[in-house]
Ligand binder design. Structure first.
Ligand code: GCB
Length: 597
């Protein structure tokens, strides 16, 4: 295993060095051959596959030949998909699985070819026709590997060595409150692009003004003087710009009669970007998102964020959400609750979810899995976090629904943590200055001396909005009755309750004052009490109950009430709505009216 990790780390730096030139934004808008479907698989419990050279995928030919592996007639796994939900033996598996498939390629020297992986959990090495061509670490962000000149005409063998061991230097690290699904959990494709292609672009409304669009477009090659045309037909826009010697072009231009995107009216515009050799089509929305004092303004108007969180999981299937219909399922249930926002916890979720949320008018908070106990003193871990944030922002920075980039969840103040988050924040801001950078913190406590809730964490001054996860009535006892609870927390900033809640088993009736009844009644009262307390938070800009659905978690041991599920869902694992669901639904209707949305 150690040997594998070594390879991964060496080639990880190679991959990130290459990333700038070979980036591909808007993957679903490109020409590609999908490589999803059934893949052959070998489970490698002892990490012995390297020694056996499984990646060569040999077949015995000579009389004395034999190989102690074969991909044929063995396990078959669906891609995209986690392995845990596909075989009872793999439900709890943490280790290595080798995936193999063949595909047919017809390549020519006019084009460039890339393998694109939307997400592999957690680390992987990629082999094409027996050769190691790249590696990646991090379950939730995409990566691409150029294979121009490496494809054979006709049959090719693609092997992916996937490993999901939890490790201290990883992100997330050793323990986290969700299922450690392993596998090729998102789409895989072979992408065909011109020799010089439009690799990246960032098209957005000015941060403060409603009639100026800024466009930055990059070519894959450093070609100077090339004309790029950007068209927005519905705004009668057709602007031309020239690339500089880095192959980059930019322009700001005025627009009139722009309908800005909002939850009430999620208007998206068809956009075309054309260079001499390439053309990409997109749908992009435009909006202004700002914090002003302790308010959040969307398109210049104060907004109350009616949010919810969910994991990228379909509870009924006990597996990762990975298709457009999975996205529809998760987001529709969020929408009927009355939300205008989803906090996509605790990692970047797949692009189907993000794009569909945008079409449905749902604001997004996206974050990277810097969750609780990360190794803040480890420079390599910082580099990984920076990479993840970069990959997250780059994939989605053209999505106007994305308003908040979350850099950390429940981290405690210390010199090393502050340094780590500082560096991470700077990385984020070097790619995108238009979004609000946020974090979710749990170090808010009731102070006897002031009889108020307070938070002492100097890092939060650097953020645009402060998320607070506070489990009053569950992990924390009430120090006063809810209506007497006053918060003096980050008073000059917008404060968002990024988590609150408690567990209940669907259908279980019980005493509303006893937490260990695990009853819907207790959970409902907890919700009523928390809503009462929120009136004592003057800078409150929104709430996000934890969580929409009961979700799988190996840290939930109670045999009758949990059985490996975190039961804080407003909706059960079987899709039934608990009593607390109706309380939030009702509250969100009131907020919608109050803010005239
Ligand atoms: C938290 C974490 C979240 C957990 C939740 C819980 O504070 O941010 O990931 O699932 O508490 O249920 O304990």
């Amino acid at each position: 295993m150690k040997k594998n990790i070594c390879i991964i780390l060496i080639s990880l730096s190679v991959a990130s060095a290459m990333a700038a030139e070979t980036y591909i934004s808007n993957i679903y808008g490109r020409s590609y051959q999908i490589l999803n479907g059934k893949w052959d698989a070998i489970v490698d419990l002892y990490d012995a596959g390297h020694q056996a050279k499984i990646y060569l995928n040999k077949k015995a030919i000579g009389e004395t030949d034999f190989y102690e592996y074969s991909f044929e007639n063995g396990l078959r796994l669906n891609v995209p998909g986690d392995w845990n939900s596909q075989s009872p033996e793999l439900k709890y598996y943490e280790g290595t699985v080798w995936y193999s498939r063949h595909f047919n390629a017809v390549s020519n020297d006019k084009h460039r070819y890339f393998l694109y992986f939307c997400g592999v959990s957690y680390r992987c090495n990629i082999y094409l026709n027996g050769e190691l061509i790249g590696s990646h670490e991090g379950s939730f962000t995409p990566f691409q590997i150029e294979v121009t000149g490496k494809l054979k005409q006709g049959d090719n063998n693609l092997i992916v060595e996937v490993n999901n061991h939890r490790q201290q230097d990883a992100i997330p690290a050793l323990s986290f409150d969700w299922w450690n699904y392993g596998g090729i959990t998102r789409d895989v494709m072979l992408v065909t692009l011109p020799q010089t292609y439009i690799s990246d672009y960032f098209i957005q409304l000015d941060k403060h003004q409603a009639n100026i669009i800024h466009a930055e477009i990059s070519l894959s090659n450093e070609k100077a003087g090339e004309t790029i045309t950007l068209r927005i037909p519905d705004l009668a826009i057709s602007v031309k710009m020239k690339t500089n010697n880095l192959g980059k072009a930019s322009k700001s231009f005025k627009v009139s009669k722009l309908q800005r995107w909002s939850p009430a009216s999620p208007r998206l515009y068809d956009i075309e970007i054309e260079s001499n050799t390439d053309k990409v089509c997109e749908r992009i929305g435009f909006r202004n998102i700002e914090s002003e004092g302790n308010k959040i303004l969307l398109n210049g108007k104060e907004i109350f964020l009616r949010s919810i969180s969910f994991h990228e999981e379909i509870p009924q299937r006990m597996g990762r959400a990975c298709t457009p219909s999975d996205a529809e399922f998760l987001l529709s249930e969020a929408k009927v609750l009355g939300v205008n926002m989803v906090r996509l916890a605790h990692y970047q979720q797949n692009e189907y979810i993000v794009r569909r949320a945008e079409e449905m008018g749902i604001i997004l908070w996206q974050e990277i899995p810097v969750w609780q106990t990360i190794d803040f003193s480890n420079q390599e871990t910082l580099v990984k976090a920076q990479n993840m944030l970069r990959e997250t922002i780059k994939r989605d920075r053209n999505r106007c629904a994305d308003c908040f980039w979350g850099i950390a969840n429940e981290t405690r103040p210390s010199k090393t943590r502050n340094h780590f988050l500082d560096e991470l924040l700077q990385t984020g801001k070097s790619i995108d200055t238009t979004r609000l950078f946020v974090g979710a913190f749990d170090n808010v406590y009731f102070q006897q001396s002031s009889q108020c809730f307070e938070m002492h964490d100097e890092f939060i001054d650097k953020l645009d909005m402060i998320g607070v996860n506070k489990y009053m009535g569950w992990y924390a006892a009430w120090p006063l009755s809810p209506e007497k609870c006053i918060w003096k927390v980050a008073e000059k900033k917008p404060l968002f309750i990024s988590e609150f809640g408690g567990e209940a088993l669907y259908g279980q009736a019980g005493d509303e004052t006893i937490a260990s009844s695990w009853s819907e009644d207790y959970q409902a009262k907890l919700y009523r009490d928390n809503l009462t307390m929120f009136k004592g938070i003057p800078n409150l800009v929104g709430i996000s109950p934890w969580v929409l659905f009961d979700f799988r978690s190996p840290t939930r041991f109670h045999p009758q009430n949990q059985e490996g599920w975190n039961r804080k869902g407003l909706v059960s694992d079987q899709g039934q709505r608990k009593k607390a669901w109706y309380i939030i639904h009702n509250f969100y209707q009131q907020m919608k009216q109050k803010y005239q949305e």
